[in-house]
Design a binder for this molecule. Structure first.
Ligand SMILES: C[S@@+](CC[C@H](N)C(=O)[O-])C[C@H]1O[C@@H](n2cnc3c(N)ncnc32)[C@H](O)[C@@H]1O
Length: 261
Protein backbone atom coordinates (compact mmCIF):
# COMPACT_ATOMS: atom_id res chain seq x y z
CA UNK A 1 0.00 0.00 0.00
CA UNK A 2 2.67 2.52 1.10
CA UNK A 3 4.74 1.47 -1.89
CA UNK A 4 1.98 2.33 -4.33
CA UNK A 5 1.40 5.73 -2.64
CA UNK A 6 5.12 6.40 -2.89
CA UNK A 7 5.19 5.32 -6.53
CA UNK A 8 2.26 7.65 -7.29
CA UNK A 9 3.99 10.50 -5.48
CA UNK A 10 7.18 9.75 -7.38
CA UNK A 11 5.46 9.86 -10.74
CA UNK A 12 3.88 13.22 -9.86
CA UNK A 13 7.24 14.64 -8.83
CA UNK A 14 7.10 18.40 -8.33
CA UNK A 15 3.50 18.47 -9.59
CA UNK A 16 2.30 16.74 -6.42
CA UNK A 17 -0.43 19.10 -5.16
CA UNK A 18 0.43 20.32 -1.67
CA UNK A 19 -2.23 19.73 0.94
CA UNK A 20 -3.73 16.83 -0.97
CA UNK A 21 -1.68 14.43 1.07
CA UNK A 22 -0.81 15.50 4.63
CA UNK A 23 2.96 15.20 4.34
CA UNK A 24 3.75 15.42 0.63
CA UNK A 25 7.35 16.46 1.31
CA UNK A 26 8.04 13.29 3.30
CA UNK A 27 6.37 11.06 0.74
CA UNK A 28 8.33 12.67 -2.07
CA UNK A 29 11.57 12.26 -0.13
CA UNK A 30 10.77 8.58 0.51
CA UNK A 31 10.05 8.08 -3.18
CA UNK A 32 13.29 9.79 -4.16
CA UNK A 33 15.26 7.65 -1.72
CA UNK A 34 13.65 4.48 -3.03
CA UNK A 35 14.68 5.45 -6.56
CA UNK A 36 18.23 6.42 -5.53
CA UNK A 37 18.70 3.18 -3.60
CA UNK A 38 17.46 1.15 -6.56
CA UNK A 39 20.24 2.74 -8.64
CA UNK A 40 23.04 1.68 -6.27
CA UNK A 41 25.37 -0.64 -8.19
CA UNK A 42 28.21 -2.69 -6.77
CA UNK A 43 31.40 -0.74 -7.38
CA UNK A 44 34.47 -2.98 -7.21
CA UNK A 45 37.13 -0.57 -8.40
CA UNK A 46 37.65 2.87 -6.91
CA UNK A 47 40.54 5.27 -7.65
CA UNK A 48 43.86 4.15 -6.13
CA UNK A 49 43.81 6.94 -3.54
CA UNK A 50 40.44 5.81 -2.11
CA UNK A 51 40.15 2.81 0.21
CA UNK A 52 36.72 1.85 1.58
CA UNK A 53 36.64 -1.01 4.09
CA UNK A 54 33.73 -2.89 5.62
CA UNK A 55 34.68 -3.24 9.29
CA UNK A 56 34.40 -1.94 12.80
CA UNK A 57 36.72 1.07 13.11
CA UNK A 58 38.69 -0.88 15.73
CA UNK A 59 39.81 -3.20 12.91
CA UNK A 60 40.48 -0.55 10.29
CA UNK A 61 43.68 -1.23 8.34
CA UNK A 62 45.58 1.98 8.87
CA UNK A 63 49.18 2.46 9.85
CA UNK A 64 49.86 4.00 13.25
CA UNK A 65 51.19 7.57 13.04
CA UNK A 66 50.25 7.93 9.36
CA UNK A 67 47.06 10.01 9.39
CA UNK A 68 46.87 13.80 8.91
CA UNK A 69 43.12 14.28 9.37
CA UNK A 70 40.31 12.20 10.81
CA UNK A 71 37.06 13.72 9.58
CA UNK A 72 34.00 11.86 10.74
CA UNK A 73 30.44 11.85 11.99
CA UNK A 74 30.06 9.53 14.97
CA UNK A 75 26.78 8.13 16.27
CA UNK A 76 25.44 11.04 18.36
CA UNK A 77 23.48 9.18 21.04
CA UNK A 78 24.81 8.49 24.55
CA UNK A 79 24.63 4.77 23.81
CA UNK A 80 27.77 5.31 21.68
CA UNK A 81 29.83 6.60 24.62
CA UNK A 82 32.12 3.59 24.71
CA UNK A 83 32.71 3.94 20.96
CA UNK A 84 33.65 7.61 21.35
CA UNK A 85 36.28 6.65 23.91
CA UNK A 86 37.58 3.75 21.77
CA UNK A 87 37.65 5.96 18.67
CA UNK A 88 39.67 8.67 20.41
CA UNK A 89 42.15 6.01 21.51
CA UNK A 90 42.47 4.78 17.91
CA UNK A 91 42.76 8.40 16.72
CA UNK A 92 45.67 9.04 19.08
CA UNK A 93 47.45 6.00 17.60
CA UNK A 94 46.64 6.71 13.95
CA UNK A 95 47.38 10.46 13.86
CA UNK A 96 50.69 12.04 12.96
CA UNK A 97 52.15 14.24 15.75
CA UNK A 98 50.13 17.33 14.75
CA UNK A 99 47.20 15.48 13.21
CA UNK A 100 43.61 16.64 13.62
CA UNK A 101 40.44 14.83 14.67
CA UNK A 102 37.13 16.39 13.62
CA UNK A 103 33.66 15.01 14.24
CA UNK A 104 30.13 16.24 13.86
CA UNK A 105 28.17 15.72 17.07
CA UNK A 106 24.67 16.62 18.30
CA UNK A 107 24.44 19.66 20.57
CA UNK A 108 22.76 17.64 23.36
CA UNK A 109 25.53 15.07 23.63
CA UNK A 110 28.44 17.41 22.86
CA UNK A 111 29.59 17.74 26.53
CA UNK A 112 29.59 13.94 27.03
CA UNK A 113 31.42 13.45 23.74
CA UNK A 114 34.08 15.93 24.85
CA UNK A 115 34.41 14.17 28.24
CA UNK A 116 35.17 10.89 26.46
CA UNK A 117 37.49 12.04 23.70
CA UNK A 118 39.53 14.28 25.99
CA UNK A 119 40.83 11.12 27.67
CA UNK A 120 43.10 10.70 24.64
CA UNK A 121 42.91 13.91 22.60
CA UNK A 122 43.24 17.66 23.16
CA UNK A 123 40.40 20.05 22.39
CA UNK A 124 41.27 22.70 19.79
CA UNK A 125 37.98 24.45 19.01
CA UNK A 126 34.51 23.89 17.63
CA UNK A 127 32.30 25.18 14.84
CA UNK A 128 28.91 24.43 13.36
CA UNK A 129 27.06 23.80 10.16
CA UNK A 130 24.29 26.38 9.99
CA UNK A 131 21.15 25.48 8.08
CA UNK A 132 18.97 28.01 6.27
CA UNK A 133 15.73 27.08 7.99
CA UNK A 134 15.36 25.99 11.62
CA UNK A 135 13.62 22.68 12.25
CA UNK A 136 11.81 21.53 15.40
CA UNK A 137 14.07 19.18 17.35
CA UNK A 138 13.14 15.51 17.63
CA UNK A 139 12.04 15.97 21.25
CA UNK A 140 10.07 19.14 20.45
CA UNK A 141 12.11 21.34 22.82
CA UNK A 142 13.52 23.95 20.47
CA UNK A 143 14.04 24.92 16.86
CA UNK A 144 17.42 23.71 15.71
CA UNK A 145 19.54 25.36 13.06
CA UNK A 146 23.04 24.19 14.02
CA UNK A 147 25.01 20.97 13.80
CA UNK A 148 28.20 21.37 15.85
CA UNK A 149 31.56 19.91 15.01
CA UNK A 150 34.48 19.48 17.39
CA UNK A 151 38.12 19.84 16.40
CA UNK A 152 40.71 18.05 18.56
CA UNK A 153 44.29 16.90 18.15
CA UNK A 154 46.84 14.59 19.67
CA UNK A 155 49.02 17.44 20.92
CA UNK A 156 48.40 20.22 23.46
CA UNK A 157 49.73 22.95 21.18
CA UNK A 158 47.12 25.15 19.47
CA UNK A 159 47.39 24.22 15.80
CA UNK A 160 46.98 26.20 12.60
CA UNK A 161 43.47 25.46 11.31
CA UNK A 162 44.11 26.63 7.76
CA UNK A 163 41.99 29.77 8.03
CA UNK A 164 38.86 27.67 8.54
CA UNK A 165 35.68 29.67 9.09
CA UNK A 166 33.85 28.04 11.99
CA UNK A 167 30.34 28.58 10.58
CA UNK A 168 29.70 26.46 7.50
CA UNK A 169 26.56 26.92 5.42
CA UNK A 170 25.47 23.70 3.67
CA UNK A 171 24.38 24.21 0.09
CA UNK A 172 23.37 20.68 -0.69
CA UNK A 173 21.48 19.20 2.25
CA UNK A 174 19.52 16.07 1.36
CA UNK A 175 18.98 12.60 2.78
CA UNK A 176 18.70 10.86 -0.58
CA UNK A 177 20.31 7.62 0.57
CA UNK A 178 20.38 7.55 4.33
CA UNK A 179 18.77 9.17 7.41
CA UNK A 180 22.14 10.21 8.81
CA UNK A 181 23.49 11.50 5.48
CA UNK A 182 25.26 14.88 5.81
CA UNK A 183 25.70 17.61 3.18
CA UNK A 184 28.87 17.43 1.08
CA UNK A 185 29.79 21.13 0.76
CA UNK A 186 30.78 21.70 4.45
CA UNK A 187 32.85 18.51 4.34
CA UNK A 188 34.64 19.86 1.27
CA UNK A 189 35.32 23.10 3.20
CA UNK A 190 36.68 21.18 6.22
CA UNK A 191 38.82 18.87 4.08
CA UNK A 192 40.22 21.76 2.08
CA UNK A 193 41.07 23.89 5.15
CA UNK A 194 42.40 21.14 7.40
CA UNK A 195 44.44 18.99 5.00
CA UNK A 196 46.79 19.50 2.08
CA UNK A 197 47.81 17.67 -1.08
CA UNK A 198 49.27 14.23 -0.33
CA UNK A 199 47.67 13.97 3.14
CA UNK A 200 45.97 10.87 4.51
CA UNK A 201 42.35 11.54 5.51
CA UNK A 202 40.33 8.92 7.42
CA UNK A 203 36.61 8.57 8.10
CA UNK A 204 35.96 5.65 10.47
CA UNK A 205 32.14 6.18 10.42
CA UNK A 206 31.69 6.56 6.70
CA UNK A 207 27.90 6.02 6.48
CA UNK A 208 26.71 6.84 2.97
CA UNK A 209 30.20 8.04 1.99
CA UNK A 210 29.81 11.82 2.20
CA UNK A 211 33.40 12.40 3.34
CA UNK A 212 34.77 10.13 0.61
CA UNK A 213 32.85 12.16 -1.98
CA UNK A 214 34.21 15.38 -0.42
CA UNK A 215 37.76 14.04 -0.62
CA UNK A 216 37.36 13.14 -4.28
CA UNK A 217 36.06 16.64 -5.03
CA UNK A 218 38.94 18.32 -3.20
CA UNK A 219 41.40 15.92 -4.85
CA UNK A 220 45.02 15.00 -4.11
CA UNK A 221 44.22 13.32 -0.77
CA UNK A 222 44.57 9.66 0.19
CA UNK A 223 41.28 8.62 1.72
CA UNK A 224 40.56 5.62 3.96
CA UNK A 225 37.01 5.03 5.20
CA UNK A 226 35.08 2.25 6.88
CA UNK A 227 31.65 1.41 8.16
CA UNK A 228 30.37 -1.52 10.16
CA UNK A 229 27.23 -1.76 8.00
CA UNK A 230 27.67 -3.46 4.61
CA UNK A 231 24.65 -1.72 3.10
CA UNK A 232 26.09 1.75 3.76
CA UNK A 233 29.52 0.61 2.52
CA UNK A 234 27.91 -0.29 -0.82
CA UNK A 235 26.14 3.08 -0.91
CA UNK A 236 29.39 4.87 -0.04
CA UNK A 237 31.30 3.15 -2.84
CA UNK A 238 28.51 3.97 -5.30
CA UNK A 239 28.38 7.64 -4.25
CA UNK A 240 32.16 8.08 -4.34
CA UNK A 241 32.12 6.59 -7.84
CA UNK A 242 29.20 8.68 -9.13
CA UNK A 243 29.33 11.96 -7.17
CA UNK A 244 33.03 12.31 -6.46
CA UNK A 245 33.83 14.59 -9.35
CA UNK A 246 34.10 18.35 -9.51
CA UNK A 247 31.74 18.63 -12.42
CA UNK A 248 29.06 16.95 -10.31
CA UNK A 249 29.35 19.74 -7.73
CA UNK A 250 27.41 22.83 -8.83
CA UNK A 251 29.03 24.88 -6.06
CA UNK A 252 32.62 23.89 -6.76
CA UNK A 253 33.57 26.97 -8.77
CA UNK A 254 32.06 29.41 -6.28
CA UNK A 255 34.34 28.04 -3.56
CA UNK A 256 37.57 28.44 -5.52
CA UNK A 257 39.40 31.48 -4.14
CA UNK A 258 41.47 33.39 -6.67
CA UNK A 259 44.50 35.11 -5.19
CA UNK A 260 45.41 38.31 -7.05
CA UNK A 261 48.95 38.84 -8.38
C1 LIG B 1 26.21 9.33 11.74
S1 LIG B 1 26.47 8.02 10.60
C2 LIG B 1 27.57 8.72 9.42
C3 LIG B 1 26.82 9.43 8.35
C4 LIG B 1 27.70 10.00 7.27
N1 LIG B 1 28.34 11.22 7.70
C5 LIG B 1 26.90 10.28 6.01
O1 LIG B 1 26.90 11.44 5.53
O2 LIG B 1 26.28 9.36 5.49
C6 LIG B 1 27.47 6.95 11.53
C7 LIG B 1 27.87 5.67 10.82
O3 LIG B 1 28.76 4.96 11.70
C8 LIG B 1 28.57 3.59 11.50
N2 LIG B 1 29.12 2.90 12.70
C9 LIG B 1 28.57 2.78 13.91
N3 LIG B 1 29.38 2.09 14.74
C10 LIG B 1 30.50 1.80 14.01
C11 LIG B 1 31.71 1.12 14.31
N4 LIG B 1 31.94 0.60 15.52
N5 LIG B 1 32.65 0.99 13.34
C12 LIG B 1 32.42 1.53 12.09
N6 LIG B 1 31.28 2.16 11.75
C13 LIG B 1 30.33 2.31 12.70
C14 LIG B 1 27.08 3.42 11.31
O4 LIG B 1 26.80 2.22 10.61
C15 LIG B 1 26.73 4.70 10.52
O5 LIG B 1 26.70 4.43 9.14
Amino acid sequence: MLDSVIDDANSLGDDLPSGLIRKPGKIKAAAKRKKKLSEVKTVNVLPANIDVQHCDFRNLQVEDGSVDLILTDVIWSLSARKDWLALSECAKKWLKPKGLFVSLIGSETLPDFLDEIRTHLHYQTMGAMVYKAPKMSVDGRLFKQLTPFVIASNCKEKLDLGGLIDALFPKDANKDYFDMQQPISPMVDLTRALSKAGDVVVDPHLGSGTNGVADMRVGQRNFIGCDINLKTVDIARHRIHTEGREEFDPFFKSRVVTVAG
